[in-house]
Design a protein. Structure first.
Length: 202
């Protein structure tokens, strides 16, 4: 497993932006974590765990939040004990990623969760070539989209997400994937303006 700051970078000028001739295997697959790969939000998980561990936790968290959400996440990552093997994963998405991994496709975990938690999940699953999490700024929405376009070019990557904030990212992706309901088959494609979305069958 390698840090996302050192892997997966491509010259946007050399990337075929939205080039239909590119095979799927040549297009990096970027995957969101909270609510997408996992059935829960790690920020909520971490807050609950820390709250149970200290009677002063609520005051600490309010103080950390005053310095911004990214700071709150970093501090929770330092103080809340989290284990990758105890998180509830979306089984159909994990199976899909295993299939793509078997095809030697480049897969990256890209999340607004703290870098430490992203590394923990990636280390447990062993499916990712790169891991990019929140450090100084909250890596969500337009920030995430801008970072991915800088690395891979406009429509130079596929993206799996679940949150309204991911709409900004989907607009710059070649293909948008949505996990849909956890128990259904993965994936089912349907056309969408400027991109193809993948969602699970209803």
């Amino acid at each position: 497993m390698q840090d996302g700051s050192e892997t997966g970078q491509a010259d946007p000028a050399s990337a075929a932006d939205g080039d239909p001739a590119r095979s799927v295997r040549e297009v990096p697959l970027c995957v969101d974590l909270d609510g997408t790969l996992t059935l829960t939000d790690l920020l909520h998980e971490g807050a609950v765990r820390y709250f149970k561990s200290s009677p002063f936790a609520i005051f600490h968290m309010l103080f950390w939040l005053l310095r911004g959400k990214a700071h709150l996440k970093r501090m929770l990552a330092e103080h809340a004990v989290m284990r990758g093997d105890l998180l509830p994963y979306r089984a159909n998405l994990v199976a899909f990623l295993e299939e793509e991994r078997g095809r030697q496709r480049e897969i990256h975990l890209v999340t607004a969760s703290p870098q430490a938690w992203a590394d923990m999940v990636a280390g447990h699953l062993g499916l990712f070539d790169g891991v990019i999490g929140t450090t100084a700024e909250n890596l969500k929405g337009s920030r995430k989209a801008a970072m991915l376009v800088e690395r891979y070019g406009h429509q130079g990557y596929d993206y799996v997400g679940d949150h309204p904030a991911d709409l900004t990212v989907w607009k710059t992706a070649r293909t948008a994937h949505s996990p849909g309901r956890a128990g259904a088959a993965w994936p089912r494609k349907r056309p969408a303006p400027r991109r193809a979305r993948c969602s699970t069958a209803a």
